[in-house]
Design a protein around this ligand. Structure first.
Ligand code: PLP
Length: 419
Protein backbone atom coordinates (compact mmCIF):
# COMPACT_ATOMS: atom_id res chain seq x y z
CA UNK A 1 0.00 0.00 0.00
CA UNK A 2 1.25 3.45 -0.81
CA UNK A 3 2.70 5.57 1.99
CA UNK A 4 0.15 8.37 1.55
CA UNK A 5 -2.77 5.94 1.86
CA UNK A 6 -1.34 4.45 5.04
CA UNK A 7 -0.76 7.85 6.60
CA UNK A 8 -4.21 9.00 5.54
CA UNK A 9 -5.83 6.02 7.25
CA UNK A 10 -3.90 6.78 10.42
CA UNK A 11 -5.07 10.38 10.44
CA UNK A 12 -8.57 11.72 10.87
CA UNK A 13 -8.58 13.31 7.41
CA UNK A 14 -11.42 12.01 5.23
CA UNK A 15 -11.52 12.82 1.52
CA UNK A 16 -14.58 12.46 -0.67
CA UNK A 17 -14.64 9.46 -3.01
CA UNK A 18 -14.36 11.89 -5.96
CA UNK A 19 -11.20 13.42 -4.57
CA UNK A 20 -9.76 9.98 -3.75
CA UNK A 21 -10.42 8.90 -7.33
CA UNK A 22 -8.74 12.01 -8.76
CA UNK A 23 -5.74 11.56 -6.46
CA UNK A 24 -5.40 7.94 -7.51
CA UNK A 25 -6.08 8.21 -11.24
CA UNK A 26 -4.70 11.62 -12.07
CA UNK A 27 -2.35 13.06 -9.48
CA UNK A 28 -0.49 9.88 -8.53
CA UNK A 29 -0.02 8.82 -12.13
CA UNK A 30 1.39 12.25 -12.99
CA UNK A 31 3.67 12.10 -9.95
CA UNK A 32 4.85 8.62 -11.01
CA UNK A 33 5.66 9.84 -14.49
CA UNK A 34 7.77 12.69 -13.06
CA UNK A 35 9.68 10.16 -10.92
CA UNK A 36 10.18 7.84 -13.87
CA UNK A 37 11.50 10.65 -16.05
CA UNK A 38 14.15 11.34 -13.40
CA UNK A 39 12.99 14.95 -13.11
CA UNK A 40 11.65 14.80 -9.56
CA UNK A 41 12.68 17.87 -7.59
CA UNK A 42 13.17 17.21 -3.90
CA UNK A 43 13.69 20.00 -1.42
CA UNK A 44 16.62 19.95 0.96
CA UNK A 45 15.71 21.57 4.24
CA UNK A 46 18.10 24.26 5.45
CA UNK A 47 18.33 24.56 9.23
CA UNK A 48 20.39 27.79 9.32
CA UNK A 49 19.94 31.23 7.80
CA UNK A 50 20.60 31.65 4.09
CA UNK A 51 24.33 32.13 3.59
CA UNK A 52 27.43 30.93 1.76
CA UNK A 53 27.85 28.41 4.60
CA UNK A 54 24.72 26.54 5.65
CA UNK A 55 23.55 23.39 7.41
CA UNK A 56 20.76 21.14 6.18
CA UNK A 57 18.49 18.83 8.19
CA UNK A 58 19.84 15.37 9.08
CA UNK A 59 23.45 16.47 8.65
CA UNK A 60 25.81 18.09 11.09
CA UNK A 61 28.24 19.08 8.36
CA UNK A 62 28.73 22.60 7.11
CA UNK A 63 27.77 22.92 3.47
CA UNK A 64 29.06 25.43 0.99
CA UNK A 65 26.02 26.89 -0.72
CA UNK A 66 26.23 27.58 -4.46
CA UNK A 67 22.59 27.71 -5.42
CA UNK A 68 21.08 30.79 -3.79
CA UNK A 69 20.24 34.05 -5.56
CA UNK A 70 21.99 35.67 -2.59
CA UNK A 71 24.34 37.49 -4.98
CA UNK A 72 25.62 40.03 -2.49
CA UNK A 73 25.46 37.79 0.57
CA UNK A 74 22.99 40.18 2.24
CA UNK A 75 20.35 37.58 3.19
CA UNK A 76 21.69 37.32 6.76
CA UNK A 77 23.45 40.68 6.97
CA UNK A 78 23.29 41.97 10.55
CA UNK A 79 22.39 45.57 9.57
CA UNK A 80 19.54 44.34 7.39
CA UNK A 81 18.24 42.08 10.16
CA UNK A 82 18.37 44.98 12.62
CA UNK A 83 16.51 47.27 10.21
CA UNK A 84 13.80 44.61 9.83
CA UNK A 85 13.53 44.23 13.62
CA UNK A 86 13.21 47.99 14.10
CA UNK A 87 10.45 48.10 11.49
CA UNK A 88 8.64 45.22 13.21
CA UNK A 89 8.69 47.17 16.47
CA UNK A 90 7.60 50.44 14.90
CA UNK A 91 5.17 49.34 12.17
CA UNK A 92 4.00 45.88 13.26
CA UNK A 93 4.11 42.55 11.46
CA UNK A 94 1.77 43.40 8.60
CA UNK A 95 -1.12 45.52 7.37
CA UNK A 96 -3.92 42.99 6.88
CA UNK A 97 -4.83 44.96 3.81
CA UNK A 98 -4.07 45.74 0.22
CA UNK A 99 -2.32 49.01 -0.49
CA UNK A 100 -5.29 51.13 -1.61
CA UNK A 101 -7.55 50.27 1.31
CA UNK A 102 -5.35 50.75 4.36
CA UNK A 103 -2.06 49.06 3.47
CA UNK A 104 0.23 51.99 2.69
CA UNK A 105 2.67 53.14 5.37
CA UNK A 106 5.32 55.82 5.29
CA UNK A 107 8.02 53.24 4.58
CA UNK A 108 6.22 51.81 1.54
CA UNK A 109 6.24 55.25 -0.07
CA UNK A 110 9.86 55.80 0.99
CA UNK A 111 10.99 52.51 -0.54
CA UNK A 112 9.18 53.29 -3.81
CA UNK A 113 10.99 56.62 -3.97
CA UNK A 114 14.33 54.93 -3.18
CA UNK A 115 13.82 52.35 -5.92
CA UNK A 116 12.87 55.00 -8.48
CA UNK A 117 15.94 57.05 -7.55
CA UNK A 118 18.20 53.96 -7.61
CA UNK A 119 17.11 53.28 -11.21
CA UNK A 120 16.89 57.00 -12.11
CA UNK A 121 13.19 56.73 -12.91
CA UNK A 122 10.17 58.90 -12.10
CA UNK A 123 8.32 56.48 -9.86
CA UNK A 124 8.03 52.87 -8.70
CA UNK A 125 5.29 50.57 -7.43
CA UNK A 126 5.80 47.70 -4.97
CA UNK A 127 4.36 44.21 -5.24
CA UNK A 128 4.50 41.21 -2.95
CA UNK A 129 6.81 39.54 -5.54
CA UNK A 130 8.27 40.16 -8.98
CA UNK A 131 6.09 37.29 -10.16
CA UNK A 132 3.15 39.56 -9.30
CA UNK A 133 4.80 42.60 -10.90
CA UNK A 134 5.10 40.55 -14.11
CA UNK A 135 1.51 39.36 -13.75
CA UNK A 136 0.28 42.95 -13.46
CA UNK A 137 2.18 44.90 -16.09
CA UNK A 138 1.14 43.43 -19.46
CA UNK A 139 -2.59 43.18 -18.79
CA UNK A 140 -2.66 46.76 -17.52
CA UNK A 141 -0.62 48.30 -20.33
CA UNK A 142 -1.64 46.32 -23.42
CA UNK A 143 -4.99 46.04 -25.19
CA UNK A 144 -6.28 43.84 -28.07
CA UNK A 145 -4.79 46.04 -30.80
CA UNK A 146 -1.28 45.99 -29.27
CA UNK A 147 1.69 43.65 -29.77
CA UNK A 148 3.87 41.92 -27.21
CA UNK A 149 7.11 40.59 -28.67
CA UNK A 150 8.85 38.25 -26.28
CA UNK A 151 12.18 36.36 -26.11
CA UNK A 152 11.43 32.62 -26.20
CA UNK A 153 13.52 31.97 -23.06
CA UNK A 154 11.88 34.61 -20.89
CA UNK A 155 11.15 33.68 -17.28
CA UNK A 156 7.94 31.77 -16.53
CA UNK A 157 6.46 34.78 -14.74
CA UNK A 158 6.81 36.94 -17.89
CA UNK A 159 5.22 34.18 -19.95
CA UNK A 160 2.34 33.89 -17.49
CA UNK A 161 1.93 37.66 -17.33
CA UNK A 162 1.71 37.80 -21.11
CA UNK A 163 -0.91 35.03 -21.08
CA UNK A 164 -3.12 37.32 -19.01
CA UNK A 165 -3.16 40.13 -21.58
CA UNK A 166 -5.16 40.34 -24.78
CA UNK A 167 -2.41 41.78 -27.01
CA UNK A 168 -1.19 39.92 -30.09
CA UNK A 169 1.73 37.71 -29.12
CA UNK A 170 4.90 37.29 -31.14
CA UNK A 171 7.89 35.29 -29.92
CA UNK A 172 11.45 35.75 -31.16
CA UNK A 173 14.29 33.24 -30.97
CA UNK A 174 16.47 33.66 -27.90
CA UNK A 175 18.58 36.83 -28.28
CA UNK A 176 18.22 36.57 -32.08
CA UNK A 177 18.09 40.14 -33.37
CA UNK A 178 17.25 39.15 -36.97
CA UNK A 179 14.25 37.24 -35.70
CA UNK A 180 13.26 40.11 -33.41
CA UNK A 181 13.40 42.45 -36.42
CA UNK A 182 11.15 40.10 -38.42
CA UNK A 183 8.60 40.12 -35.61
CA UNK A 184 8.83 43.89 -35.28
CA UNK A 185 8.26 44.25 -39.04
CA UNK A 186 5.19 42.04 -38.73
CA UNK A 187 3.81 44.33 -36.01
CA UNK A 188 4.83 47.43 -38.02
CA UNK A 189 2.58 46.41 -40.92
CA UNK A 190 -0.17 47.44 -38.58
CA UNK A 191 -0.29 51.16 -39.34
CA UNK A 192 -2.51 52.10 -36.41
CA UNK A 193 -0.66 55.08 -34.85
CA UNK A 194 -2.11 54.32 -31.45
CA UNK A 195 -0.87 50.81 -30.92
CA UNK A 196 1.81 49.78 -28.47
CA UNK A 197 4.56 47.37 -29.52
CA UNK A 198 6.31 46.09 -26.43
CA UNK A 199 9.50 44.03 -26.54
CA UNK A 200 9.85 41.93 -23.38
CA UNK A 201 13.10 40.34 -22.26
CA UNK A 202 14.96 39.20 -19.19
CA UNK A 203 18.03 41.41 -18.64
CA UNK A 204 19.97 38.32 -17.59
CA UNK A 205 18.51 34.89 -18.33
CA UNK A 206 18.33 32.90 -15.13
CA UNK A 207 18.94 29.43 -16.54
CA UNK A 208 21.74 30.38 -18.96
CA UNK A 209 23.45 33.33 -17.27
CA UNK A 210 23.35 35.05 -20.66
CA UNK A 211 22.74 38.75 -21.15
CA UNK A 212 20.12 40.33 -23.39
CA UNK A 213 21.77 42.53 -26.08
CA UNK A 214 20.03 45.67 -24.89
CA UNK A 215 21.83 48.17 -27.20
CA UNK A 216 20.70 46.16 -30.26
CA UNK A 217 17.20 45.79 -28.86
CA UNK A 218 17.06 49.57 -28.27
CA UNK A 219 18.16 50.26 -31.85
CA UNK A 220 15.44 48.00 -33.24
CA UNK A 221 12.85 49.36 -30.84
CA UNK A 222 13.56 52.91 -32.03
CA UNK A 223 13.43 51.87 -35.68
CA UNK A 224 10.01 50.22 -35.26
CA UNK A 225 8.56 52.58 -32.63
CA UNK A 226 8.47 49.92 -29.92
CA UNK A 227 8.88 50.06 -26.15
CA UNK A 228 11.23 47.84 -24.12
CA UNK A 229 10.38 45.97 -20.95
CA UNK A 230 13.26 44.32 -19.04
CA UNK A 231 13.05 41.93 -16.08
CA UNK A 232 16.11 42.70 -13.97
CA UNK A 233 15.73 40.08 -11.23
CA UNK A 234 19.18 38.63 -11.92
CA UNK A 235 20.91 41.99 -12.28
CA UNK A 236 19.52 44.53 -9.82
CA UNK A 237 21.92 45.39 -7.05
CA UNK A 238 25.04 43.73 -8.42
CA UNK A 239 25.29 43.80 -12.20
CA UNK A 240 26.86 46.87 -13.82
CA UNK A 241 29.63 48.89 -12.12
CA UNK A 242 27.34 50.21 -9.33
CA UNK A 243 24.74 47.44 -9.38
CA UNK A 244 22.11 49.33 -11.39
CA UNK A 245 21.62 46.32 -13.64
CA UNK A 246 21.90 45.30 -17.25
CA UNK A 247 21.31 48.77 -18.70
CA UNK A 248 24.21 50.07 -16.58
CA UNK A 249 26.34 47.11 -17.73
CA UNK A 250 25.77 48.40 -21.28
CA UNK A 251 26.27 52.06 -20.24
CA UNK A 252 22.71 52.89 -21.21
CA UNK A 253 21.16 53.73 -17.84
CA UNK A 254 17.72 55.28 -18.31
CA UNK A 255 17.28 53.95 -21.84
CA UNK A 256 14.95 51.08 -21.00
CA UNK A 257 11.29 52.06 -20.86
CA UNK A 258 10.01 49.74 -18.13
CA UNK A 259 11.93 47.75 -15.52
CA UNK A 260 10.54 45.04 -13.27
CA UNK A 261 12.70 43.51 -10.59
CA UNK A 262 12.76 41.68 -7.27
CA UNK A 263 13.70 42.43 -3.68
CA UNK A 264 14.04 38.69 -3.13
CA UNK A 265 17.49 38.13 -4.56
CA UNK A 266 20.40 40.60 -4.24
CA UNK A 267 18.41 43.26 -2.33
CA UNK A 268 18.33 41.42 0.98
CA UNK A 269 16.70 38.22 -0.25
CA UNK A 270 13.42 38.50 1.67
CA UNK A 271 10.61 39.01 -0.86
CA UNK A 272 8.91 41.65 -2.95
CA UNK A 273 8.98 43.01 -6.45
CA UNK A 274 8.44 46.26 -8.28
CA UNK A 275 7.90 48.10 -11.53
CA UNK A 276 9.77 51.33 -12.13
CA UNK A 277 9.33 53.73 -15.05
CA UNK A 278 7.33 56.79 -16.12
CA UNK A 279 4.97 58.22 -13.49
CA UNK A 280 1.92 57.87 -15.75
CA UNK A 281 2.56 54.14 -16.09
CA UNK A 282 3.01 53.69 -12.33
CA UNK A 283 -0.17 55.72 -11.69
CA UNK A 284 -2.06 53.46 -14.09
CA UNK A 285 -0.70 50.32 -12.41
CA UNK A 286 -1.94 51.60 -9.04
CA UNK A 287 -5.41 51.98 -10.57
CA UNK A 288 -5.61 48.83 -12.65
CA UNK A 289 -2.97 46.21 -11.86
CA UNK A 290 -4.78 43.22 -10.37
CA UNK A 291 -1.98 41.71 -8.22
CA UNK A 292 -1.51 45.20 -6.70
CA UNK A 293 -5.22 45.82 -6.14
CA UNK A 294 -6.13 42.37 -4.87
CA UNK A 295 -3.14 41.14 -2.86
CA UNK A 296 -1.75 42.07 0.53
CA UNK A 297 0.79 44.81 1.04
CA UNK A 298 4.46 43.97 1.69
CA UNK A 299 5.23 43.43 5.41
CA UNK A 300 7.01 46.47 6.94
CA UNK A 301 10.01 44.37 8.06
CA UNK A 302 10.55 43.29 4.45
CA UNK A 303 10.26 46.88 3.23
CA UNK A 304 12.82 48.02 5.79
CA UNK A 305 15.27 45.25 4.93
CA UNK A 306 15.12 46.14 1.22
CA UNK A 307 15.67 49.80 2.04
CA UNK A 308 18.72 48.90 4.14
CA UNK A 309 20.05 46.71 1.30
CA UNK A 310 19.85 49.70 -1.07
CA UNK A 311 21.70 51.81 1.56
CA UNK A 312 24.48 49.22 1.73
CA UNK A 313 24.83 48.96 -2.05
CA UNK A 314 24.87 52.73 -2.48
CA UNK A 315 27.42 53.19 0.31
CA UNK A 316 29.75 50.32 -0.63
CA UNK A 317 30.27 50.34 -4.37
CA UNK A 318 32.83 47.51 -4.04
CA UNK A 319 30.00 45.02 -3.29
CA UNK A 320 28.91 44.46 -6.93
CA UNK A 321 32.58 44.26 -7.99
CA UNK A 322 33.22 41.45 -5.50
CA UNK A 323 30.59 39.09 -6.91
CA UNK A 324 31.64 39.73 -10.50
CA UNK A 325 35.29 39.10 -9.64
CA UNK A 326 34.31 35.80 -7.96
CA UNK A 327 32.28 34.84 -11.04
CA UNK A 328 35.21 35.54 -13.34
CA UNK A 329 37.55 33.38 -11.23
CA UNK A 330 35.07 30.48 -11.07
CA UNK A 331 34.29 30.57 -14.80
CA UNK A 332 37.95 30.70 -15.83
CA UNK A 333 39.06 27.84 -13.56
CA UNK A 334 36.14 25.61 -14.56
CA UNK A 335 36.70 26.20 -18.26
CA UNK A 336 40.39 25.40 -17.83
CA UNK A 337 39.34 22.06 -16.30
CA UNK A 338 37.30 21.35 -19.45
CA UNK A 339 33.76 22.07 -18.26
CA UNK A 340 31.33 23.81 -20.57
CA UNK A 341 29.98 26.88 -18.77
CA UNK A 342 27.15 28.79 -20.43
CA UNK A 343 26.64 32.51 -20.36
CA UNK A 344 28.71 35.63 -20.14
CA UNK A 345 30.52 37.38 -17.28
CA UNK A 346 27.69 36.70 -14.81
CA UNK A 347 27.59 34.90 -11.42
CA UNK A 348 25.03 32.46 -12.82
CA UNK A 349 27.41 29.76 -14.10
CA UNK A 350 25.51 26.83 -15.67
CA UNK A 351 27.76 23.74 -15.85
CA UNK A 352 26.37 21.83 -18.82
CA UNK A 353 25.86 18.07 -18.43
CA UNK A 354 23.04 17.26 -20.90
CA UNK A 355 21.45 14.24 -19.26
CA UNK A 356 18.88 14.82 -16.46
CA UNK A 357 19.90 11.78 -14.42
CA UNK A 358 23.58 12.69 -14.67
CA UNK A 359 22.84 16.22 -13.45
CA UNK A 360 20.96 14.88 -10.47
CA UNK A 361 23.60 12.23 -9.59
CA UNK A 362 26.38 14.79 -10.06
CA UNK A 363 24.67 17.14 -7.58
CA UNK A 364 24.32 14.26 -5.07
CA UNK A 365 28.05 13.50 -5.35
CA UNK A 366 28.87 17.17 -4.85
CA UNK A 367 26.74 17.18 -1.70
CA UNK A 368 28.77 14.26 -0.32
CA UNK A 369 31.78 16.56 -0.68
CA UNK A 370 30.03 19.36 1.21
CA UNK A 371 29.03 21.41 -1.85
CA UNK A 372 25.36 22.26 -2.22
CA UNK A 373 24.44 22.64 -5.91
CA UNK A 374 21.29 21.67 -7.78
CA UNK A 375 20.77 19.84 -11.06
CA UNK A 376 18.27 21.53 -13.36
CA UNK A 377 16.39 19.46 -15.91
CA UNK A 378 13.23 19.50 -18.02
CA UNK A 379 10.77 21.28 -17.76
CA UNK A 380 12.86 24.01 -16.08
CA UNK A 381 15.37 23.81 -18.97
CA UNK A 382 14.91 22.22 -22.43
CA UNK A 383 15.19 18.40 -22.73
CA UNK A 384 18.80 17.11 -22.98
CA UNK A 385 20.10 20.47 -21.74
CA UNK A 386 20.34 19.44 -18.07
CA UNK A 387 22.89 21.29 -16.04
CA UNK A 388 24.11 22.25 -12.62
CA UNK A 389 23.52 25.93 -12.11
CA UNK A 390 26.25 27.30 -9.87
CA UNK A 391 25.53 30.71 -8.41
CA UNK A 392 28.49 32.60 -7.13
CA UNK A 393 28.06 35.19 -4.37
CA UNK A 394 30.06 38.09 -2.97
CA UNK A 395 29.92 36.13 0.30
CA UNK A 396 32.11 33.32 -1.11
CA UNK A 397 35.79 33.53 -0.24
CA UNK A 398 38.49 32.42 -2.69
CA UNK A 399 38.94 29.31 -0.50
CA UNK A 400 35.17 28.54 -0.83
CA UNK A 401 35.38 28.86 -4.61
CA UNK A 402 38.48 26.66 -4.75
CA UNK A 403 36.77 23.92 -2.67
CA UNK A 404 33.84 23.97 -5.07
CA UNK A 405 36.08 23.83 -8.15
CA UNK A 406 38.11 20.94 -6.68
CA UNK A 407 34.94 18.98 -5.97
CA UNK A 408 33.72 19.61 -9.55
CA UNK A 409 37.05 18.31 -10.86
CA UNK A 410 36.81 15.12 -8.79
CA UNK A 411 33.16 14.35 -9.61
CA UNK A 412 33.63 15.42 -13.24
CA UNK A 413 36.40 12.83 -13.63
CA UNK A 414 34.33 10.19 -11.80
CA UNK A 415 31.47 10.64 -14.31
CA UNK A 416 33.90 11.11 -17.22
CA UNK A 417 32.55 14.59 -17.96
CA UNK A 418 36.14 15.88 -18.03
CA UNK A 419 39.47 14.10 -18.46
N1 PLP B 1 11.78 37.03 -12.98
C1 PLP B 1 12.90 36.28 -12.97
C2 PLP B 1 13.84 36.39 -14.13
C3 PLP B 1 13.16 35.41 -11.90
O1 PLP B 1 14.27 34.65 -11.90
C4 PLP B 1 12.24 35.34 -10.83
C5 PLP B 1 12.45 34.43 -9.68
O2 PLP B 1 13.00 33.38 -9.75
C6 PLP B 1 11.10 36.14 -10.87
C7 PLP B 1 10.90 36.97 -11.96
C8 PLP B 1 10.14 36.13 -9.76
O3 PLP B 1 10.67 36.88 -8.69
P1 PLP B 1 10.03 36.80 -7.24
O4 PLP B 1 10.73 35.70 -6.52
O5 PLP B 1 10.25 38.15 -6.66
O6 PLP B 1 8.58 36.50 -7.44
Amino acid sequence: MRFWLRSLQQSSIRYSSTLNQIIDKRLNSELDSIRQAGTWKSERIISTSQSAHIKVEHSTNDLLNFCANNYLGLANNSQIIQAAKNALDKYGSGLSSVRFICGTQTIHKQLEQRIAKFHQREDAILYISCFDANAGIFETLLKEQDYIISDELNHASIIDGIRLCKAKRLRYKHKDMSDLELKLQESFNDKNENIIRLIATDGVFSMDGSIAPLPDIRRLADKYKALIFVDECHATGFFGPTGRGTEEHFQMTGNIDIINSTLGKALGGAAGGYTTGPKALIDLLRQRSRPYLFSNTLPPSVVASAMKAIDLIENDTSLPGRVLENAKYFRTEMQTLGFQILGDSHPICPVMLGDARLASQFADEMLKRGIYVIGFSYPVVPKDRARIRVQVSAAHSKADLKRCIDAFAEVGRQFKVIK
